[in-house]
Design a protein around this ligand. Structure first.
Ligand SMILES: [Zn+2]
Length: 426
């Protein structure tokens, strides 16, 4: 039999985790344990896409390729999707970290003009070029840890000009860097200092000036709101999300992070794609999310970073049938690029199984950014975004932590990370 030509074969994987069957709808409940593992698995890739997956013996019979990667003893998984990052910002806040260790709360720092507002000042001062440079560096680290698709929120500009600047930076990053970047408009991240005491005035600027411009320039796919006590009320958040929806920006909500506030209910009501954080989400809100299919984007690294030792109730969400995904919440107060660490926190602090956590950073995260038709599983036709990890079995995720398990990353058929020969023993 004449063999077909492929560009790349990956063969002999001890476990090839396909995550097949979840491309139309996110996986929920018991489905989150079904990884679609192929033992001694192989993948054939052509033109940046997956041709097929199967047993190594079958794939080798069917295909030949100039380049073959032998994945003997390795775990092969889809490239991770990080569905919640604040990728574009300038500066850092290590001083506040030290203050928080001395017992000052995050909300207190914010009230004193620190926190988000400090980052807003430095981001407004930064040029587009400077923001692109730091964003590229961040994406390098994310990619090196297995992430091949990230969502990127604006929200450190907080005026028309600087919000547009940050979204343009996100767009440029997606064009320049191998990692795919999905942009979200988060003008409602905080109330800027010039609108202090006039939140309604700022909400009007968002709905009447920012959203129309962002949408017309095609700079974002989603519109997000920090719906929280002392930030944006449920009613103000609703106004912003509905206006965004009118302009084709799909809703997302930072919901119930610090207090029970009705964010989960709002997410269900406006048919949001996702609700994020959810540490204090009510049972009723979670039931409404399950019913309308709103994805919970859980951010255990953010909870860890807050040091209040409270985490979202992932077990309850999974048992109620809420689709659960996981993200880093990369931002200057939660500076983490690594979805492997997020898996560890999800397993150890929220009692998610390694299988559930893997689903949550791949196919379910792809749904949370509306990319499940393209990425998030290893199936024919999808982008060949593949992580080869130097462990034999998916249960090593969360079990081994603190070291980067990535050996190779393939992005649309090209090897973009290869850790071999990084260390010299001579
Ligand atoms: Zn966030």
């Amino acid at each position: 039999m004449k063999r077909e030509t492929a560009d790349l074969l990956i063969t002999n994987a001890n476990e090839l985790v396909t995550l097949r069957g979840g491309s139309r709808r996110p996986l929920v409940g018991k489905q989150m344990d079904a990884l679609g593992i192929i033992k001694d698995g192989a993948i054939a890739v052509r033109n940046g896409r997956i041709l097929t997956v199967g047993k190594t013996s079958e794939i080798e019979k069917q295909f030949r390729a100039e380049k073959t990667i032998d994945a003997t003893g390795r775990l092969v998984v889809p490239g991770f999707v990080d569905p919640h990052t604040h990728l574009v910002f300038a500066g850092s806040r290590e001083g506040e970290f030290e203050m928080r260790l001395k017992g000052v709360s995050y909300m207190e720092i914010l009230r004193k003009g620190g926190g988000i507002l400090k980052t807003v000042r430095s981001t407004r001062q930064a040029t587009e070029q400077e923001l692109v440079e730091s964003g590229m560096k961040t994406l390098d680290i994310m990619l090196a840890h297995g992430t091949t698709t990230v969502e990127a929120k604006s929200g450190y500009g907080l005026n028309l000009e600087d919000e547009l600047k940050c979204l343009k930076v996100a767009k440029k990053l997606g064009e320049k860097h191998p990692v795919d970047v999905v942009p979200t408009f988060l003008g409602a991240h905080a109330v800027p200092e010039e609108y202090k005491g006039n939140t309604d005035g700022y909400v009007e600027t968002i709905t009447d000036k920012m959203i129309p411009k962002v949408a017309r320039q095609g700079l974002a796919e989603f519109c997000d709101v920090f719906c929280e006590k002392d930030v944006f009320s449920v009613e103000q958040s609703r106004r912003i999300l509905l206006k965004g929806r009118e302009y084709g920006l799909k809703p997302k909500v930072h919901a119930d992070e610090m207090t029970p506030f009705g964010g989960a209910e709002l997410a269900a009501e406006v048919d949001a794609v996702s609700a994020e954080h959810l540490l204090f989400a009510s049972d009723n809100g979670l039931r409404m999310m399950a019913k309308t299919g709103v994805i919970a984007v859980l951010l255990p690294a953010a909870a860890f970073s807050l040091m209040t030792w409270k985490y979202a109730d992932a077990r309850k969400m999974i048992s109620l049938g809420v689709p659960v995904s996981l993200g880093t919440d990369f931002n200057p107060s939660c500076w983490v690029e690594n979805q492997q660490l997020v898996i560890t926190l999800a397993c150890r602090q929220m009692q998610m199984s390694p299988a559930e956590a893997l689903v949550a950073v791949t196919i379910n995260a792809a749904h949370a950014v509306k990319r499940a038709h393209e990425v998030g599983s290893l199936e024919a036709g999808k982008k060949a975004n593949i992580a080869i990890l130097d462990v034999p079995d998916y249960r090593f995720l969360g079990y081994r932590f603190g070291a980067n398990l990535v050996e190779k990353i393939i992005k649309e058929g090209k090897v973009v990370v290869d850790v071999e020969s990084r260390v010299s023993r001579v």
